[in-house]
Design a protein around this ligand. Structure first.
Ligand SMILES: [Zn+2]
Length: 153
């Protein structure tokens, strides 16, 4: 980060401008209305935002109609309970209880069924409830607020 050569403040985004043939490194404010040759964005900023935007990996839950989804997928593939149970090394009775939604499959069973039948049995919690993940990031700093697209070149 460099100080603005005109006003002396920290320039979050350095603007290289040309004034009467001389190049100066100034802040966004002082670059206003000038011929901007180059903009130097601080590198740390985009990384920080990316990290914050990444959703938590395990915020998924079993869908309500998991049994129906499994049965439809299985019947669609023309497979019997017995065949699917054998493929995923589970008891036929276990699979039947899951299909009848009398038993919630554990993570391991769920993943095996998803893979075997090519279906999804989970959905993200945020999606299911209509909630949006709230980003509890830092407040917008003055530096961020000043960064804008300068149409001129
Ligand atoms: Zn300045």
């Amino acid at each position: 980060m460099a100080d603005c050569e005109i006003c002396g403040r920290d320039a979050a985004t350095q603007h290289i401008i040309e004034i009467e043939g001389a190049q100066m490194s100034v802040c966004a404010n002082c670059a206003k209305g000038k011929k901007v040759l180059e903009k130097i964005e601080p590198h740390s900023e985009p990384d920080k935002r990316q990290r914050q935007a990444k959703p938590a990996a395990e915020e998924r839950e079993l869908v309500d109609d998991y049994g129906t989804r499994i049965r439809h997928a299985r019947e669609g593939m023309g497979l019997s309970l017995k065949v699917v149970a054998e493929k995923i090394s589970e008891k036929e009775s276990t699979l039947l209880r899951v299909e009848e939604e009398k038993m919630r499959p554990n993570d391991a069973l769920m993943k095996k069924l998803e893979k075997e039948l090519g279906i999804r049995l989970t959905e993200s919690i945020a999606q299911a409830s209509g909630r949006m993940p709230v980003s509890r990031g830092e407040p917008i700093t003055l530096g961020d607020a000043v960064i804008r697209k300068d149409g001129k070149r």
